[in-house]
Design a protein around this ligand. Structure first.
Ligand code: ZN
Length: 267
């Protein structure tokens, strides 16, 4: 049985609801098969995140069956959803939260076009003005083994520091979108599949015409403010988010119980 401060309990309840409800967007946009795909979100003010359980139909996802996890990917005992099983990719989610303190939420799918680029270990080139405005460059591939979550977390952090895209392709796995919140992360994986499909279709029938860097810079700067045009967008967002409670590459630890005895209060 874990107990948290009243403030953290309120945050957990809100994040459970956010994560449960936003999952509906994944089948709606044709990004997932069966119970595949996972969205998670960090609990502000705590070393915790909430993630979708494994094997539960999308129509049955609810705040009370979301799983509360520590940053080392362990289930917090005695909390709603704690008897569920975790998605196979939970270790990757946890590693990214450990290494990317600005990550407020993550969305991961095996959507076909984006995963095809990931399976070729090929970055999606920046070839449309819409992509330039949103991603500010290519959607990069991280160089990491898909079975070593810790190295993946490090690789994602390094890639985000060098690229504007807040989505990375994990080789042979698929896209991971790093959002400020769950809806933002899901929006990013939806847009990623869209650009992955468009650029793939364009390339099938001829040479791809990519955009010059100066044009990409101008479009991205115009969309996100000229002063922030050169910054990784996640960092620009996170600067004012107030959720930077977790230091970069900090050692994961168990949640600290509050002194007042208090049972878990599920929504
Ligand atoms: Zn996966």
């Amino acid at each position: 049985m874990s107990t948290f401060s009243a403030r953290v309990e309120v945050a957990i309840a809100r994040i459970r609801a956010d994560v449960a409800h936003v999952h509906a967007e994944l089948p709606r946009h044709g990004l997932v098969s069966w119970t595949d795909g996972s969205v998670s979100a960090r609990v502000p003010g705590a070393d915790l995140f909430v993630i979708k359980p494994s094997g539960v139909a999308y129509a049955e996802l609810a705040p009370e069956n979301m799983v509360l996890c520590t940053l080392d990917a362990g289930i917090v005992d005695g909390t709603p959803g704690g008897d569920g099983s975790l998605p196979i990719d939970v270790a990757m989610h946890a590693a990214i939260y450990r290494h990317v303190p600005e990550a407020g939420a993550l969305a991961h799918t095996h959507s076909p076009y984006a995963t095809a680029w990931a399976t070729r270990a090929e970055a999606i080139p920046c070839a449309t003005t819409a992509m330039a405005r949103e991603f500010g460059g290519p959607v990069p591939v991280v160089t990491a083994s898909p079975v070593d979550a810790e190295s993946l977390g490090r690789a994602v952090a390094a890639t985000l520091a060098e690229q504007r895209s807040r989505v990375v392709l994990v080789p042979n796995t698929g896209p991971f979108a790093i959002g400020t919140d769950a809806r933002d992360a899901v929006r990013l994986v939806v847009l990623t599949e869209d650009v992955a499909r468009t650029v793939q279709l364009a390339r099938q029938d001829g040479a791809l015409s990519t955009l010059d860097q100066s044009v990409i810079d101008a479009l991205f700067g115009g969309a996100h403010g000229a002063a922030r045009g050169g910054e990784p967008r996640l960092l620009a967002h996170a600067a004012g988010s107030g959720s930077g409670q977790v230091g970069r590459a900090r050692t994961p630890r168990k949640p600290q119980p509050n002194t007042a005895p208090q049972g878990p209060t599920g929504p």
